[in-house]
Design a protein around this ligand. Structure first.
Ligand code: GRF
Length: 188
């Protein structure tokens, strides 16, 4: 049984979707959520799902091994970043090399890197006049949005799209593809 940890900074709809997907699985289980934002709705989702959540600040995350030790104490095998907005520190990228997977709401390598998250991404895609956008699921290392791409799924950018309408189309791709991409990674 693989043990999954999910890191989120915001609403946590992907985190919840993944937790529910594996709820009755004999392959993997979501052991805990990790969050860097005391106002994040993912905290409420964890409570409702009965999933432990570790809240941390920059100090805890970037100095010392408190988060790493918590992951180890839970026997975590795979870290999933689902809307997690901070760069993952080296102690984690080293300890979990090849075992940290992220979802980015655009078709990397375009529209990636620092500051490219949430509505900013969709706004940039629309302003660039792109005909399509999508999601990228990739392994991460210590540089934002770099790392081996595991899969991409595309959707059209429609005339008259707003960042909100595009975000909704992208979210639907995320819910459809992220859990299965994680399962494939576990099966490898
Ligand atoms: C998603 O769009 C994801 O691609 C990006 O952050 C957003 C997270 O949304 N990394 P949620 O917190 O899972 O609802």
């Amino acid at each position: 049984m693989k043990r999954i940890a999910i890191f989120a900074s915001g609403s946590g709809s992907n985190a919840e979707n993944i937790a529910l997907y594996f709820r009755n699985s004999d392959k993997a289980r979501v052991e805990a959520f990790y969050c860097n934002n005391p106002k994040a709705f993912v905290i409420e989702r964890a409570h409702r799902l009965g999933i432990p959540l570790m809240l941390f600040n920059r100090e805890k995350f970037y100095s010392g091994d408190e988060v790493l030790n918590d992951l180890r104490s839970r026997g975590i095998d795979l870290i999933v970043l689902a809307g997690f907005l901070w760069l993952v520190p080296e102690n984690l990228t080293r300890a979990f090399a090849g075992k940290i997977v992220n979802i980015h709401p655009a078709l990397l390598p375009k529209f990636g890197g620092k500051g490219m998250y949430g509505m900013a991404v969709h706004k940039a895609v629309i302003e660039a006049g792109e005909a399509e956008s999508g999601i990228t699921i990739h392994l991460i290392d210590e540089v934002y949005d770099r790392g081996k791409i595991l899969m991409q799924a595309k959707c059209p950018v429609l005339p008259g799209d707003t960042p909100d309408s595009l975000a909704e189309r992208i979210h639907n791709l995320e819910y459809e593809h992220f859990p299965a991409a994680i399962e494939r990674l576990i099966d490898e």
